[in-house]
Design a protein around this ligand. Structure first.
Ligand code: ZN
Length: 468
């Protein structure tokens, strides 16, 4: 096997596929913008962390050690933040508190944040994401670090103060808008500027003054602006410069350009992150996911529809992360059938086979080419051994080995009796009786796989989904 660590990733910063190089030999520091924990996360948001998990597992497969951080935003994320203005729209956490009948205090925000962070962790575990190897900081635990960065920016003369708060002056950072080559003219025209005290429409708030709630700071009571939390947690946990930063494509224009601006101006070090990777959006029934239109689907909805969360993962991996994907119930049940076939195939294979070495080389080539999961996943059907499938699954994370155990363990006695009867009918070459018995078994959501003299009973994936 080729033990070279070469892996090529599409970097939004250069708009090119580039070979990954790291600050520290053999170690990747990676930060993924995480969820705002005011509510459950729909499958569109979850798709982001399937992507970062494949990335992590591919890097490990290539021999890297990965230090991965996913943050929890538990205050201050306004609904308008990605439209360019951090000081407009509704505060998502306040909205969440209102919905749950809690008063808007810092303590209640913590409680609400913890509740939805736990639900998020549970959800991504059902997608076989190893949460124990990832650091999950809460933004509200890093207030002092955020204040320190703002103070540095103030000292370095990148800020100004208005009645509303402390702003970053984007006209003082000549690289502003470089990520994704943002057309600043277009951005300015497209933004509704609510706060007329700003000098430039792209300027963003670092500290929001508040006379009722918030934390103490050199600028009085208030809250850090949304963007500053990511810079603070990255610098504190991973360092002033990192190797890979990820997010959704909606983060390119504003959030990530703001992160670059404030981090590089505070530390004086460039680039803040060497690689920027962005996952494209998941759509549902050809529409943007939104709660109001009913296209927001959650893990529990998948389960209710008897779709295993790993079938949804298989569905996501069937498209490249940069390709916009359209979720339909029909497509995801197709994926469930596909995954089921792979598990059945796995059960039939021998433990190891020398001929798999070239297959694994091709697999490694595919994942090293900007995580080409659609091609990589197609190789699962070509494997000649359990070993090859397990190696590939260490990146794809479909949990095939343990699914194969779940699907063959604890078969009901009544079904085993039918199987025995059918095996005997087959031995006696009574094909019509054997067909009848097969139908009876299949009616109960089992699959019969015939081997030479015997047969094997396998549960269907949707049989092992517990709707509770
Ligand atoms: Zn972020």
């Amino acid at each position: 096997m080729d033990m070279s660590k070469k892996i090529y990733l599409h970097n939004t910063l250069t708009n090119k596929k580039e070979e990954l190089t790291t600050i520290k030999e053999g170690v990747v520091s990676m930060y993924n913008c995480g969820p705002t924990v005011y509510d459950k996360q729909h499958i569109g948001n979850l798709s982001m962390f399937v992507f970062t998990d494949i990335l992590r597992k591919a890097l490990i497969y290539k021999g890297y050690k990965v230090n991965q951080v996913i943050n929890f935003t538990d205050f201050g994320h306004l609904t308008g933040d990605n439209l360019g203005d951090a000081d407009m729209g509704e505060d998502k956490m306040s909205k969440g508190l209102q919905k749950e009948g809690l008063s808007p205090t810092l303590e209640n925000m913590k409680i609400l944040g913890k509740k939805y962070a736990d639900i998020f962790l549970h959800d991504i575990r059902t997608l076989n994401i190893d949460t124990e190897d990832i650091t999950f900081p809460y933004a509200s635990d890093y207030i002092q670090d955020q204040i320190e960065i703002i103070s540095k920016l103030e000292k370095n003369d990148f800020t100004y103060e208005t009645d509303y708060g402390i702003y970053f002056d984007t006209s003082k950072f000549k690289d502003y808008g470089k990520l994704g080559n943002i057309n600043l003219g277009g951005l300015e025209a497209g933004i509704r500027v609510e706060n007329t005290d700003k000098k430039n429409s792209t300027d963003f708030v670092l500290w929001k003054k508040d006379n009722k709630t918030g934390w103490q700071s050199p600028w009085g009571l208030g809250f850090p602006g949304w963007h500053i939390e990511c810079s603070a947690m990255i610098i504190k946990i991973l360092g002033e410069q990192i190797d890979i930063h990820t997010g959704g494509i909606e983060h390119i224009g504003v959030h990530h350009n703001n992160e670059i601006a404030q981090s590089e101006c505070a530390t004086g070090k460039k680039p803040f992150s060497r690689f920027w990777l962005h996952r494209s959006h998941l759509r549902v029934d050809d529409a943007k996911i939104s709660k109001s239109s009913g296209t927001a689907i959650y893990i529990e909805d998948l389960i209710e529809h008897k779709i295993h969360p790993l079938s949804f993962k298989y569905f996501l991996l069937s498209a490249h992360y940069k390709t916009p994907t359209n979720f339909t119930w029909e497509a995801v049940s197709g994926s469930q059938n596909g995954l089921q076939k792979i598990v059945i195939n796995y059960l039939k294979l021998k433990d190891a086979d020398d001929s798999d070495e070239s297959l694994l080389n091709i697999f490694e080539e595919y994942i090293s080419d900007d995580l080409n999961t659609p091609k990589a996943i197609s190789l699962l059907q070509e494997a000649k051994s359990k070993y090859a499938i397990e190696r590939m699954d260490s990146v794809l994370g479909l949990n095939i080995k343990s699914l194969s155990e779940l699907l063959t363990n604890n078969i009901a006695d009544q079904i085993l009796d039918l199987k025995k009867e059918r095996d005997e009918a087959r031995k006696a070459k009574d094909w019509s009786r054997s067909d009848e018995l097969r139908k009876e078994i299949e009616k109960e959501d089992y699959i019969v796989e015939d081997k030479e003299n015997e047969s094997q009973i396998i549960k269907t994936l949707h049989k092992i989904i517990d709707p509770n």
